[in-house]
Design a protein around this ligand. Structure first.
Ligand SMILES: NC(=O)c1ccc[n+]([C@@H]2O[C@H](COP(=O)([O-])OP(=O)(O)OC[C@H]3O[C@@H](n4cnc5c(N)ncnc54)[C@H](OP(=O)(O)O)[C@@H]3O)[C@@H](O)[C@H]2O)c1
Length: 230
């Protein structure tokens, strides 16, 4: 499928963020969670979360990392405030019953597809956005319709691939930790389909480079963006 040039439907402003090793890996062998962020970067990410209406991850990350996706207010030195809505992209309903995202401690949306048979607890808002997998171009306007204006996308590799390739994002920040992971099974920043022609590359513009503790944060914007409609 070609990459659409514009999306008439409204969507949230989308900020993609991840932490990677110097060789561009999101985790250790087989996807085992890696603690890549420095303390300074953790604080930066908590600030991003605190200003987001929702944080989106893929079901692969739920299964591997079981994150709570809450704001760690203690790292910000602030009393507990609101927790952003958690959005899990789960096309076939694989989110484990005991996953922390299903613990009811924050508003949670499971974005799924028509092929999923699963029912989720009543505390979870389920939306269907796609036939066999979740279509990002369908999902983002639905999230907008639910009042989500600032969406943070945290990964993992397949989700980053889908979001970056659809160009439906406004900013990408990557914290590069001064470590090398290597190997054949550690997930890269972006997986998904092969890129076979230069026009399929996702072209970015580097707009900032900032030292962050022991590592650095690179900030990019898409060159061929699908901007948020006014
Ligand atoms: N360093 C970091 O900043 C960071 C952040 C997050 C995660 N991670 C790491 O990333 C790894 C997990 O990444 P992952 O690639 O395995 O999983 P993922 O990207 O978290 O989730 C991918 C899954 O989402 C579902 N999905 C449904 N619609 C999709 C769509 N349109 N595009 C993409 N996925 C869709 C698919 O499962 P179904 O087919 O079943 O629907 C797919 O297998 C873990 O190792 C985790 O530690 C690292």
């Amino acid at each position: 499928m070609g990459i659409p040039n514009e999306f008439p439907a409204r969507r949230p402003a989308v900020w993609v963020n991840c932490a990677a090793s110097l060789d561009g890996r999101l985790a250790l062998a087989g996807g085992l969670r890696a603690r890549l962020s420095s303390t300074e970067d953790l604080i930066r990410v908590q600030n991003l979360r605190a200003h987001a209406d929702a944080i989106l991850i893929g079901v692969g990350t739920v299964i591997k990392d079981d994150p709570s996706l809450r704001v760690h207010w203690e790292l910000l030195g602030e009393p507990p405030g609101h927790n952003p809505t958690r959005v899990v992209v789960d096309g076939s309903g694989r989110t484990p019953e005991k996953a922390r995202v299903l613990d009811g401690s924050a508003p949670t949306i499971i974005a799924t597809s028509e092929r999923a048979q699963r029912t989720f607890p009543p505390t979870v808002h389920t939306i269907v956005a796609g036939r066999t997998q979740v279509e990002i171009a369908e999902l983002f306007p639905l999230l907008y319709g639910l009042g989500i204006r600032r969406l943070m996308v945290e990964g993992g590799a397949e989700i980053l691939s889908s979001v970056l390739r659809t160009r439906l994002f406004d900013r990408l920040t990557i914290y590069y930790a001064p470590v090398v992971v290597g190997g054949a099974t550690a997930p890269p920043i972006v997986s998904g389909p092969e890129t076979r022609a230069p026009e399929e590359e996702v072209a970015l513009e580097l707009v900032a480079l900032e030292r962050m503790g022991e590592g650095y944060v690179a900030t990019y914007i898409p060159r061929h963006a699908s901007p948020v409609p006014p």
